[in-house]
Design a protein around this ligand. Structure first.
Ligand code: NAG
Ligand code: NAG
Ligand code: NAG
Ligand code: NAG
Ligand code: NAG
Ligand code: NAG
Ligand code: NAG
Ligand code: NAG
Ligand code: NAG
Ligand code: NAG
Ligand code: NAG
Length: 865
């Protein structure tokens, strides 16, 4: 589902973009700038004129006594008073659709489904460049080609169209994009689709096309005449028959071939190597057998290979090692076998050694035998490795410890033996580790409790000895040691394991000569001294801390609990403007309304809130920069119940957070629009703030929580970075280049590179409009990868469509030409490239904040020239 969502969004954007370009190319419609609210009224009346049947008198409200925005089924943009949607579903309307509909230039949605409209769909609809949804299901349109010779992109996806594939479609010979995905279409695909010579994208996914018959895929042969075909997508249908050899005769421009979840048999043709621009190949969940052809190695641009759940046998051809950009291989649930050469290991080292693999390598549920080759250590960028359910033998290679960004490792259900190698303590990023159902033995290493593991499965092995108690072992539901591990002891109480024998057993005692005994006695003394030192040190530290808050209070005008209570209308919910983990932010007014402020009340009952208060006081005391939130004062006192009360008072930012601009809720949508230049300005502001805290303060400061909700916009949309509650000083004498801890992982550690990672992701979010947490990002397919894979060619498909619309409308008005379009594209490409670099997996590859500022200034200058 999520992947199809992704596809649909991509199509949506290309539709908007392409219809827009279409409109630009179409003489006359450039004059769209001259359209007004009066044009809309006239067009609606013309639409009404051609409706002959209206038994429910829906259109009686379409009269002069009401403003047209209040007519039934008409939705307007309240700011401009222009029509944005026609929603006339199931109203028994009959008649034809007036071509004047093409003059409603603000239209985004047309819902005329389940009526009795007939005639042709007016080609003028092609001029509606804001149109996102054209829903025409269950009418009697005669559904299309002949009358749409100029239509470039037809998006009928995600509707409820049913019946067979419209045969007249092949007559819309100018189509570049045809998407009928996610409908209820059934039956065969006509074999004359090759008439659509210019077709670039064909989306048939998520329908009931095909009937599990041998000739279901015969339409593919005709598509070999579409020499520009880039995307052929027909996953989740009922296509049967064998994968035709003609698939290899499709355009060499083909980039995406996506036919997951059909009933396709046969084998992958040897000639598939001809498709030398392919970067995404998904044939998973079919019945394809045979082996992976050697020629796969010729697909030099391939990034993702997905062949999960088929009947593919034989070995993975070594030529796959020739694909230098491969980042994801999912080949689980097949019948792949290892190579027979025992010396080199059975998972071909060419596969397991592809250092570009970054997203994941899934080889589970195959028939791989022999040991895991030590080349596994080459997978230095890999996020997920799963070889579950094979027949692997031998020990876990200690080279696996080199895969230091690995987050997910699953070796369950093999015949691995020996101990867990101590090198695995290097897996600093590991979150899920499953070694269950093997024949592993020895002790459970203590270091597993120190890794960032969220799940650990060691069950059904032969482990013995003490179960650690810290980290993942402290949460009974996060780990499992059940099964054959009969000789385990200790661990946390809910495990109900027998207590471990006392450490210094007779045998061990004998190993210590008598003079060692004092050493054993000494520790309590050291401990006592140590704790005395800690108490002293801790006291001193906390004195320092309170003093920084009071320093602040001295520095600024003092404010009391009562004053803040009054200023925020007694912390009234209507004054609440933000809510974080450690604090709630209220709008308040001081000096009887003279001074509007933002008051952050710490949630002291939250663990860590007090620490965050102290950190923030420490920071804001020394920070002075126009792109940082300015502190006015702090309050540290008691509330009226005698409980601790702590608050920070900041200057108020009337335009709220960047997050609310990037992701407006429906209610806010009107008028909230950040154009390209404003976004660039904000990006520069934030980078300047980072440059300041990273390079121009007394000591290096790391923000550690940079995200759009912590970037606030003042009245001029100038950005100010706030919330230093998690910020840390980086001790000046830390030698960064030797700091192994800052080299890996991307969340916890304190480093300027970690800030740059967050910055990079934020930049990508700002310009794609997609949150890094969007549910399209699955299987380790991240926002970073989404952008990286789209660059440079598909930049316009992934950029937030509102940016493009806004800029192109500007181009329209000023009648600037193709050159300007290329400039826009190049600008967006540079920005996204910057975001990709900043969010690079390896910290040392990320750009430094100072250089980011320079680069953004350059991009801005080039664009404005
Ligand atoms: C159309 O827009 C003009 C100018 O914005 C405004 O004065 C007029 O009232 C609007 N008419 C309608 C019918 O909304
Ligand atoms: C105009 O529409 C309104 C709302 O449906 C209705 O009350 C009114 O009678 C209509 N006027 C005419 C002249 O039809
Ligand atoms: C279509 O409209 C008819 C009335 O004309 C209604 O009975 C039916 O429920 C509608 N179907 C859908 C799917 O809305
Ligand atoms: C299609 O519309 C007709 C009325 O025009 C209605 O009777 C029928 O139920 C609709 N079909 C569906 C599937 O909604
Ligand atoms: C397609 O166009 C041809 C003529 O160009 C016409 O004869 C044929 O009927 C059209 N097919 C459909 C299904 O509209
Ligand atoms: C491709 O086009 C040629 C010439 O227009 C035509 O003869 C041929 O039948 C077409 N091939 C397919 C497979 O449709
Ligand atoms: C693919 O194209 C080649 C050269 O045009 C032709 O010889 C071959 O028969 C075609 N293969 C299929 C399966 O159509
Ligand atoms: C892979 O690369 C090697 C050289 O590195 C070359 O000899 C071989 O032919 C290539 N294989 C394929 C299938 O391209
Ligand atoms: C799987 O492939 C083997 C040969 O590779 C074949 O004998 C077998 O019938 C295939 N099974 C299915 C279910 O297609
Ligand atoms: C651990 O692995 C075993 C067998 O592989 C499985 O049955 C069990 O559900 C797993 N436990 C957890 C907590 O994941
Ligand atoms: C597991 O390892 C033990 C020795 O540690 C060995 O005796 C046994 O045969 C192994 N079992 C399997 C299934 O490999």
């Amino acid at each position: 589902m999520a992947s199809s969502n992704m596809f649909r969004r991509v199509l949506n954007l290309s539709l908007i973009l392409s219809s827009l370009l279409f409109a630009m190319n179409c003489r006359g419609s450039v004059a769209a700038a001259g359209f007004t609210n009066e044009t809309d009224r006239q067009a609606l009346l013309a639409f009404k004129d051609l409706i002959q049947e209206d038994p429910l008198a829906v259109l009686s409200s379409w009269n002069d006594s009401l403003h047209f925005c209040e007519w039934k089924g008409v939705k307007c943009d309240l700011q401009h008073q222009r029509v944005t949607a026609l929603q006339l579903v199931s109203q028994n309307l009959g008649g034809s659709v007036s071509p004047q509909i093409g003059r409603l230039t603000f239209l985004r949605e047309i819902f005329l489904n389940n009526n009795s409209f007939h005639g042709t769909i007016p080609p003028d609809i092609g001029q509606l460049f804001h149109l996102k949804i054209l829903s025409l299901y269950n009418n009697s349109f005669q559904d299309l080609g002949l009358t749409l010779p100029n239509l470039k992109r037809l998006y009928l996806g995600d509707n409820e169209f049913s019946g067979s594939f419209p045969p007249s479609m092949a007559n819309a010979s100018g189509l570049l994009l045809l998407d009928v995905s996610s409908n209820d279409f059934a039956g065969p695909i006509p074999t004359n689709l090759g008439n659509l010579r210019y077709l670039e994208v064909l989306g048939l996914n998520e329908n009931r096309f095909g009937s599990n018959k041998p000739d279901d895929l015969s339409f593919i042969a005709s598509l070999t005449n579409c020499t520009n075909l880039r995307n052929l997508i027909f996953f989740e249908n009922q296509f049967g028959g064998v994968l035709p050899g003609s698939i290899a005769n499709l355009s060499s421009k083909l980039e995406i071939l996506w036919l997951r979840s059909n009933k396709i048999s046969g084998s992958i043709p040897q000639e598939i190597g001809n498709l030398n621009n392919l970067y995404f190949l998904s044939i998973d969940h079919n019945m394809i057998s045979g082996s992976i052809p050697e020629s796969i190695g010729k697909l030099s641009k391939l990034q993702q290979l997905r062949i999960v759940d088929n009947n593919i046998s034989g070995k993975i051809p070594p030529s796959i090692g020739n694909i230098t950009g491969l980042s994801f291989v999912a080949a689980a649930a097949n019948k792949l076998v290892g190579r027979s050469n025992r010396l080199t290991g059975v998972i071909p080292e060419q596969v397991i050694g592809i250092s570009s693999l970054s997203i994941g390598l899934y080889l589970d549920l195959n028939e791989l035998t022999g040991p895991i080759p030590s080349e596994v250590g080459n997978l230095k960028n890999l996020g997920a490795l799963s070889i579950r359910g094979n027949k692997l033998t031998g020990e876990i290679p200690s080279a696996l410890g080199s895969c230091q960004v690995l987050e997910y490792l699953d070796l369950q259900g093999n015949f691995l033996d020996g101990a867990i190698p101590s090198s695995l303590d290097q897996l600093k990023g590991i979150q899920q580790l499953d070694l269950s159902q093997n024949n592993l033995s020895g002790q459970i290493p203590e270091f597993l409790g120190k890794l960032r593991l969220m799940r650990l499965n060691l069950s059904h092995n032969m482990f013995e000895g003490e179960v650690p108690k810290v980290g993942v072992f402290n949460n009974i539901s996060a780990f499992s040691v059940v099964g054959k591990n009969m000789k385990l002891c200790g661990g946390i109480q809910p495990l109900h394991l027998p207590a471990c024998p006392i450490k210094f057993s007779k045998k061990n005692k004998r190993a210590f000569p008598d003079k060692m005994i004092p050493l054993i006695i000494i520790p309590p003394i050291v401990l006592l001294l140590g704790s005395l030192f800690l108490i002293f040190y801790g006291l001193k530290k906390s004195q320092q801390r309170t003093s920084s808050a009071s320093l602040l209070e001295n520095q600024y005008q003092k404010i009391t609990y009562a004053e803040l209570l009054h200023a925020t209308n007694e912390f009234s919910p209507s004054n609440l403007i933000g809510e974080g983990r450690y604090g709630s932010v209220y709008k308040g007014s001081l000096n009887s309304g003279e001074h509007i402020v933002a008051v952050k009340i710490l949630k002291l009952q939250e663990r860590g809130a007090n620490k965050s208060f102290v950190a923030e006081c420490d920071m804001v005391r020394i920070l002075r920069h126009r792109n940082l939130i300015k502190i006015i004062t702090v309050c540290s006192s008691l509330d009226f119940n005698g409980k601790d009360f702590k608050a920070l008072v900041f200057e108020f930012m009337p335009n709220g957070s960047l997050d609310s601009w990037l992701h407006p809720t429906q209610a806010e949508e009107q008028g909230l629009n950040l154009n390209l230049v404003k976004r660039l300005g904000i990006a520069i502001d934030v980078a300047s703030a980072l440059d300041y805290i990273h390079h121009h303060c007394e000591t290096i400061i790391c923000h550690r929580d940079l995200k759009p909700s912590n970037v606030l916009l003042d009245g001029d949309l100038c950005a100010h970075v706030g919330d230093f509650g998690l910020a840390r000083f980086l001790s000046a004498n830390t030698n960064l280049s030797n700091n192994a801890h800052s080299k890996y992982g991307m969340g916890e550690e304190v480093s300027t590179e970690a800030d740059m990672y967050s910055y990079g992701i934020m930049l990508l979010e700002m310009f794609t409009g997609k949150r890094p947490t969007d549910n399209m990002f699955i299987d380790n397919f991240s926002l970073h990868n989404y952008v990286k894979f789209a660059l440079p060619d598909r930049v316009m498909e992934i950029v937030d469509s509102t940016i493009i619309l806004e800029e192109l409308e500007g181009l329209n008005k000023n009648r600037r030409g193709e050159g300007e379009f290329a400039k826009l594209k190049s600008c967006l490409e540079s920005i996204l490239q910057l975001g990709v670099i900043c969010s690079a997996e390896l910290p040392h590859e990320r750009m430094d904040s100072g250089n980011v500022v320079k680069e953004l200034h350059r991009i801005t200058k080039d664009y404005n020239e």
